[in-house]
Design a protein around this ligand. Sequence first.
Ligand SMILES: NC(=O)c1ccc[n+]([C@@H]2O[C@H](COP(=O)([O-])OP(=O)(O)OC[C@H]3O[C@@H](n4cnc5c(N)ncnc54)[C@H](OP(=O)(O)O)[C@@H]3O)[C@@H](O)[C@H]2O)c1
Length: 292
Amino acid sequence: MIAITGANGNLGKAVLSFLLQKTQAANIVAVVREPQKMAQFAGLGIQIRKADYNDPASLETAFQGIKRLLQVSSASYGEQAVTEEQNVVAAAVRQGVAHIVYTSTLSPSENPIFWGGQACRQTEQSIRESGMRYSIFRNSMYMETIPLFIGSAMENGQIYYSAGNGAVSFVSRIDIAEAISKILAQPEEGNQIYEITGEKAFTFADVAGLLQNIKGIACSYTDVPGEIFKSELLNAGLPEEEAVFYLNMGDSITAGEFALTDPKLEKLLGKKRLTTEEYLTQLLRNSEANAG
Ligand SMILES: NC(=O)c1ccc[n+]([C@@H]2O[C@H](COP(=O)([O-])OP(=O)(O)OC[C@H]3O[C@@H](n4cnc5c(N)ncnc54)[C@H](OP(=O)(O)O)[C@@H]3O)[C@@H](O)[C@H]2O)c1
């Protein structure tokens, strides 16, 4: 049996859809905290089990009989994220999971700037020490998050952010999901740590250049000092926690924590990765179609 945590999230749902093409539904368990969110998969023959990363007993029950597990990283911050992820690893060990696939981050260094890096580093360590076989996906930033960072630039071409000249190897979440589904269906030999990135890394000035080519209007990037950027987000009504998140990501990008590129994703997929330019072109086409 193969289980997917966070199965109703963006990544989990995509993994589930790919996995359904590779193995029988009866082999698949979707682990979610609100089963009603899985309505679109009800009736396909998968099992839906309820568990919360904060409730170790629920995780242990959900992992009964599971041999391969996708652990989708926590959506929480700081120590909370560490606890949630350690709960998942411990429950997997207790239930005899043979092989764990974990979605980490690109630079889980000792002292990462990225707020999620610390939890990922500790979870990776626990997994390596657990005795389970592992495949760790160190994912760069999803290209699907670009609209969150560039805001109204999709319409007016003006990007304001505090990411300096830092570059990001944006990667398609759908490509990541397909690669994970392949590993869940048929793991490679031994333990693996994959750096999962796009083909190239782009600064936000580069993203403005891509937008300019695609939209045919003048586009630019303005690097806004972090504290000014944060106070503008707060003035616009964003909660403090979210403003801090965007500021932290900007600092992390400036420091190059998402700049690495690696060819492994294409080897796993057996095809070309989606490029950032292709993604933006599709995005603009869709938004124009919706507007029209
Ligand atoms: N590389 C990147 O650019 C990037 C960007 C965003 C996030 N991430 C990380 O990658 C993960 C997957 O991405 P995604 O796009 O699929 O995120 P997502 O759509 O927000 O999905 C997160 C999933 O985690 C589940 N979850 C959250 N807290 C939980 C808890 N306490 N117990 C059980 N399940 C819980 C959510 O369930 P509910 O629906 O019940 O909340 C949801 O299914 C995220 O959780 C985050 O750690 C990476």
